[in-house]
Design a protein around this ligand. Structure first.
Ligand SMILES: *Cc1c(COP(=O)(O)O)cnc(C)c1O
Length: 377
């Protein structure tokens, strides 16, 4: 018998190695990995410019407590601050932890408990972040929930306004709902939301755990929208597979997170910081991000051309290399069949086929994937 808790509906495949977009299973079958884990290996598997520094660090130092100075932490924090509207960083180990830090910081800074989040959102699996998440299925059986999250319909500014009261600290959202079906926020909605937050003294928190680190062709996806959030959270792609999360905040928030206020044993450790530094030094280059946009447009155009030939496909959504293909029917068997044909993809909700190819994907691999999709559908 398996001695694992059965918390995942595991596929009947074990991946034994990977390089770039390709992974190979234990039977020797290879796949194009258009999941990147789940938006984690944004630079593909075993990118040499990440492997090298991490290997070196592995022989030098694995861990010191956060009581010591860390120039690696300083360097990664500077990279994150220089490519966002934030100034200060707290390092955690996952997306949920980064969001926990954001929630705590927002409550402490404002002295208020309530945070407005959105239906169909996803913010993680800790008790705090399932309460923040706007999906019943992640909460069932785990109640009572932290009560001070108020969920409103996405892209609905009136609903946000109605939900604000004297106890509201912040509004938290993904600018593209990932798990919820690859649903982008409207431009107009986000601009108004920023104004509403400003007018009511609320903090604006953007969960960039899935959308950040170049996934959409910008360092962070909010940068498509000309807004300036107070807090940004990051994880998934930040370490290309080495666990690391980050909460990035504006300097006005610094007083609320002094010594003793928040902490983690592993957060910001040397291995994670070495990986993150290597990742950001590649991903945050302008020409790299431009290539992401170019490849993303190419893939979207080709998909659109194919649309009529793809049975049951009703809508193609994308921002950069984050795709949601909405079908009339459940995509469960499509995901399985694509896998059998050598393409790894995900679902996002029942009807949406989600693809998150590595940002380093080649045009040739995009074409191969298109062929597999056409053949399979
Ligand atoms: C994956 C995800 C999280 C949770 O990250 P973990 O590292 O699994 O804790 C939070 N928010 C969003 C938007 C995500 O996609």
């Amino acid at each position: 018998m398996s001695h694992l808790f059965n918390t995942y509906a595991k596929w009947d495949v074990e991946i034994s190695s990977g390089l770039g977009t390709k992974v190979i299973d234990t039977n020797g079958k290879d796949y194009l990995d258009f999941t990147s884990g789940i938006g984690v290996c944004n630079l593909g598997h075993c990118h040499p410019e990440v492997v090298g520094p991490v290997q070196e660090q592995l022989e030098k130092l694995w861990h010191t407590s956060n009581l010591f100075q860390s120039s690696l932490q300083e360097q990664v924090a500077e990279l994150l601050a220089n490519h966002s509207c934030g100034d200060l960083v707290f390092f955690a180990n996952s997306g949920a932890e980064a969001n926990e830090a954001a929630i705590k910081l927002a409550r402490k800074f404002t002295g208020k408990p309530k945070i407005i989040t959105f239906l169909q959102s996803f913010h993680g699996r800790t008790l705090g972040t399932i309460a923040a998440t706007g999906q019943e299925k992640v909460k069932t059986g785990f109640g009572p929930m932290l009560e001070t999250f108020h969920h409103v319909p996405y892209n609905n500014i009136e609903a946000v306004k109605e939900a604000i009261d004297g106890q509201t600290a912040a509004v938290m959202l993904e600018v593209i709902q990932g798990e919820g079906g690859v649903i982008p926020a409207d431009h107009d909605f986000l601009k108004k939301l920023e104004q509403v937050c400003h007018d009511n003294g609320l903090l604006l928190i953007i969960d960039e755990v899935q959308t950040g680190i170049g996934r959409t062709g910008k360092p962070f996806a909010y940068q498509h929208y000309n807004i300036s959030p107070d807090i940004i959270t990051s994880a998934k792609g930040l370490g290309n597979g080495i666990p690391v999360g980050a909460m990035i905040g504006k300097k006005k928030l610094s007083s609320a997170f002094g010594p003793g206020s928040h902490a983690t044993t592993f957060g910001g450790g040397p291995l994670a910081m070495t990986a993150a530094k290597a990742v950001l030094n590649i991903v945050f280059q302008e020409h790299f991000l431009q290539e992401v946009e170019d490849k993303a447009d190419f893939f979207a155009k080709q998909l659109t051309k194919m649309k009529d030939r793809l049975d049951g496909l009703v809508n193609i959504r994308h921002k950069g290399l984050m795709y949601g293909l909405e079908f009339k029917e459940d995509v469960g068997s499509l995901v399985t069949n694509l896998r059998a044909n050598g393409l790894l993809a995900l679902n996002a909700g029942p009807n949406v086929l989600r693809m998150l190819p590595p940002l380093t994907v080649t045009y040739k691999e995009l074409e191969e994937a298109l062929n597999i999709i056409e053949k399979t559908v």
